[in-house]
Design a protein around this ligand. Structure first.
Ligand code: SF4
Length: 289
């Protein structure tokens, strides 16, 4: 999920420095060897080959501790505020094998262990490639690595309960609590995300929610109230992050020749963002950042 959240979470004390490799593409991940179309198809079907946009090492974002965040290519949503619209199409990613991904993940095991961190699979939308994600999670779990996915939940039905067993944390984007607002913002329906959240709640899976505050689009009081009404049903939610919209993704829309519709939207003030956080607290959501 490239909704502008990276780098905006409250910084925590760093136990040690890890290099940030933002926007590094797949440097450090060995590209898949040439193969026939049928081999390619079979590898994808088996979840042994994925389409990857990039990866980076981060601290205090995308989950606890220091993490390797892997951005998969492809997303069924078209969020107006998408921070990385170049992740939307799966065909724009690079083919990388499961083995190559895991080789890179395992290089950071000591950092993960020392920092309480791990692996986060983001995108795009990771659940566009459910078999690949399932295999990555299984391989990471075999080594005891903490795992997270960063998802809109729109494709939550694509991941099975057995695969969720290999997942420690879900970073779930609640883009709106109102179906019409959700559709206007993303081009898709809200209900699959609610269904996925209900399922995660039934399983008792740890969830961190993220909500991007976009003036004129998601900041209506009835939208905040609707989100709170949904979230209150989920006792497994450990935190809700309210993230102020920013304009850092604007140039990427231009660079891929796409129309960016939020050119005139100003980021919310600190006071506005804090007022929304307080509204969530008043509505019974205890851990709001
Ligand atoms: S869900 Fe897809 S379109 Fe929306 S912000 Fe994330 S990557 Fe961009």
């Amino acid at each position: 999920m490239t909704d502008g959240v990276s780098g905006l979470a409250a910084p925590e004390a760093l136990e040690f420095e890890v290099p940030r490799v933002a926007g590094s593409g797949i440097d450090g991940l060995t590209p898949a060897p040439d193969m026939s179309r049928s081999e390619h198809f079979e590898m994808v079907r088996a979840g042994r080959l994925g389409s990857i946009h990039s990866w980076e090492l981060v601290t205090a974002v995308d989950g606890p501790g220091s993490r390797m965040t892997l951005f998969l290519a492809g997303c069924p949503l078209r969020c107006l505020y998408c921070h990385n619209p170049d992740t939307m199409k799966m065909k724009d990613g690079e083919p990388v094998t499961l083995e190559a991904v895991m080789a890179r993940v395992f290089r950071y095991e000591r950092i993960f262990a020392a920092s309480g961190g791990g692996l986060t699979i983001s995108g795009g939308e990771p659940l566009m490639q459910p078999a690949f994600v399932a295999n990555i999670l299984a391989e990471a779990k075999k080594r005891g690595i903490h795992t997270a996915i960063d998802t809109s939940g729109y494709l939550g039905a694509a991941i099975g309960d057995d695969d969720l067993d290999n997942l420690d944390l879900v970073l779930l984007d609640v883009k709106s609590g109102l179906p019409d607002t959700y559709r206007a913002l993303t081009g898709r329906d809200l209900q699959p995300t609610i269904d996925f959240g209900d399922r995660l709640a039934a399983l008792g899976k740890a969830v961190w929610l993220r909500f991007v505050l976009v003036p004129g689009h998601t900041d209506a009081p009835e939208n905040i109230d609707a989100i709170a009404a949904i979230v209150r049903r989920w006792p497994n939610v450990e935190r809700l992050e309210v993230l102020p919209f920013h304009q850092m993704g604007r140039d990427k829309w231009e660079s891929i020749g796409a129309v960016y519709e939020l050119d005139d939207v100003e980021p919310p003030s600190n006071e506005t963002t804090e007022a929304v956080r307080q509204r969530f607290r008043d509505l019974g959501i205890p851990t709001v950042y």
